[in-house]
Design a protein around this ligand. Structure first.
Ligand code: CA
Length: 228
């Protein structure tokens, strides 16, 4: 059975493009042009994945994310224009899985959808505990971080931060989420902690900390541990 995607997008051209390209990829695509239409579809025929545009005619994408999260754990990938950064953060904190900034390629969208689906699957089965890419190898079960076969010595906070990113590998994690999970809920405004520790981590993990290959910055939003 093919996976069902609900595309919520009011722009006719983008909607038609997403519908045709995602259908070609083997997804069963349904579309909605507004929050209310999407809500109705969600009640009657919940999809496996939602691709959600920001800026809908009858409401805010955040409301839809909140509503979906009341009943469903299905992945939500947000697509937005570049100037909608504050909204992107709100959406991620509300429970959206990831976002893409327009214009994006079908390849990028499919990669985000795949990662989000994989996380849903692994969240139900077993959490991600092993991450290996290039010369970097992180094994959370063994509490081990290696680069090129050499063990890296991380402080407890550096390790916690890295481990948090491993659990969401391939996905953006907002500053707020990282601060809450690593330092605690009362530290969500202390973004300077993150900058400091991310600098330290990059100095240990990256071959060239100025050109990070693993610990990627999502400007104004958060960080992402590269999956590929
Ligand atoms: Ca729109």
């Amino acid at each position: 059975m093919s996976l069902r995607i609900l595309v919520v997008e009011d722009d006719r051209e983008i909607r038609a493009w997403l519908q045709s390209t995602l259908s070609v990829e083997g997804f069963e695509v349904r579309t909605a042009v507004s929050v209310s239409e999407a809500s109705a579809l969600l009640r009657h025929a919940p999809p496996d994945v939602i691709v959600l545009d920001l800026g809908l005619p009858d409401g805010d994408g955040v409301d839809l994310v909140h509503e979906v999260r009341k009943h469903h754990t299905l992945p939500i990938v947000v697509v937005s224009a570049r100037h909608q950064e504050a909204q992107k953060i709100q959406l991620l904190d509300a429970g959206a899985d990831d976002y893409l900034t327009k214009p994006f390629s079908v390849g990028e969208l499919l990669a985000r959808i795949r990662v989000a689906l994989r996380h849903r699957g692994t969240a139900l089965a077993a959490a991600v505990t092993l991450h290996a890419l290039d010369d970097l190898r992180i094994d959370l079960a063994l509490h081990s971080v290696q680069r090129g076969g050499e063990t890296l010595h991380l402080t407890p906070t550096e390790y916690k931060l890295l481990a948090r990113l491993v659990r969401s590998v391939g996905r953006v994690v907002t500053h707020r989420q990282l601060l809450a999970d690593v330092w605690g809920p009362e530290y969500t405004e202390h973004t300077h902690y993150l900058r400091l520790y991310m600098g330290q981590l990059r100095a240990k993990v990256e071959v060239d900390p100025a050109e990070p290959r693993h610990l990627l910055t999502e400007t104004g939003v958060g960080y992402r541990l590269a999956a590929v």
